[in-house]
Design a protein around this ligand. Structure first.
Ligand code: ATP
Length: 351
């Protein structure tokens, strides 16, 4: 039971391939994130699920029923867009009640359902206002209330938080997560913000150039990225990637050398996340000497930009680094367990 995209492709009239054989399956009740850079096909996938866009090829199933050809109104899904349009001439109450009225729900029922969802979203005090009298965050919550009040099978959200300022965005994100935990709806949420994806998603579908690159729980997307693209897209600062060659258990890139285990000889890209590199106070058997090129304080962390020959890395240190200055020699450990290896050609993760 759930949703499945089966080899769905979308080619627009001008020849743009927005989706290329997308296959994706998820369960009812999940909070699925479609994540990827601009133009990767997230919105297109969402619109095809909603029935607002027709797939060029492939099919979409919900609960084992083929919905590919169904018009939007027969799909039992609601959608919240980035520019959610509330009806400006209707009160908040009437905006939320509207989908129920359209579905001819009995009057008494409408009142209790509007009030229930308003309570969950903490907008009970706003029910008499007009949309023009709301803050961005309040209007956003009204849009979510309107999308959920009629109990759709699936609620689709396309960058719903991107118009909000940073603080409000964080608060609304937390509210959405609570809402999902409480109500158990199926959410499909489009974003290009990896932090939003990591905090909200039960699973994240990473798209790039119309193709699904990885679909997994946030922890694995972060710790076991399937490709170099995912590795570099998720995490700030991005994972360090150094291209080099392994010879008999030693990875070399110019004068940078680090022992590796369980990897065959040959060219490879090695990855290590900035926060998983260990800054030592002085030379050790395992530590490698680097020159500190630049230092950025991003409280409470410090970012160290270091070089060794042609190899450059960023190190994130979560403590006071004392009197390190530009040009200092520093000693870094790159633990085996945090090393990632990707093929040079197609960027796939090496097992
Ligand atoms: P963003 O984060 O910028 O919204 P996205 O990942 O949601 O991007 P889509 O909107 O799905 O990407 O677009 C995927 C590709 O399809 C892009 O190259 C886009 O330019 C193209 N595209 C979208 N709509 C059309 C259209 N109507 N005609 C032609 N090309 C289109």
């Amino acid at each position: 039971m759930g949703v499945s995209f089966n080899q769905v492709s979308k080619v627009f009239a001008d020849g743009t391939v927005a989706l290329n054989k997308l296959s994706l399956e998820f369960d009812k009740g999940e909070f699925v994130i479609l994540l990827g850079p601009s133009g990767s096909g997230k919105t297109t996938a969402c619109r095809i699920l909603a029935g607002l866009e027709e797939a060029t090829q492939g099919s979409v199933f919900v609960d084992e029923r083929d919905i590919t050809g169904l018009p939007p109104r027969e799909r039992n899904m609601s959608m919240v867009f980035q520019n959610y349009a509330l009806y400006s001439h209707k009160s908040v109450y009437e905006n939320i009640a509207y989908p129920l009225r359209v579905r001819k729900i009995a009057k008494g029922n409408i009142d209790s359902r509007v009030k229930d969802i308003a309570r969950v979203l903490q907008i009970e005090d706003l029910l008499d206002r007009r949309p023009s009298q709301l803050s961005g965050g309040q209007a956003q919550r009204v849009a979510v209330a309107r999308a959920l009040v009629w109990n759709p099978d699936i609620c689709l959200m396309d960058e719903p938080l991107s118009n909000l300022d940073a603080l409000l965005r964080l608060q609304t994100r937390t509210e959405l997560k609570r809402l999902h935990d409480d109500l158990g709806h199926t959410f499909v949420f489009v974003t290009h913000d990896q932090e939003e994806a990591m905090t909200l998603g039960t699973r994240i579908a990473v798209l790039n150039e119309g193709e699904l690159v990885q679909f997994d729980i946030p922890r694995r997307i972060y710790h076991e990225p399937a490709t170099r693209f995912v590795a570099e897209f998720i995490g700030r600062p991005a994972m360090n990637i150094i291209e080099g060659e392994i010879t008999e258990g030693l990875f070399k890139a110019d004068v940078f050398e680090v022992p590796v285990t369980g990897q065959p000889d040959g060219p490879v890209a090695m990855g290590i996340r900035p926060e998983q590199i260990i800054l030592k106070d002085g030379p050790t058997d395992e530590a490698i000497g680097f020159e500190l090129d630049m230092l950025e304080l991003v409280e409470p962390d410090t970012l160290l930009f270091v070089n060794k020959g042609n190899a450059s890395m960023v190190v994130r240190v979560m403590r006071d680094v004392g009197d390190l200055v530009r040009g200092s020699q520093i000693h870094l450990e790159i633990p085996h367990r945090f090393q990632h290896f990707f093929e040079i050609g197609d960027g796939r993760r090496r097992l």
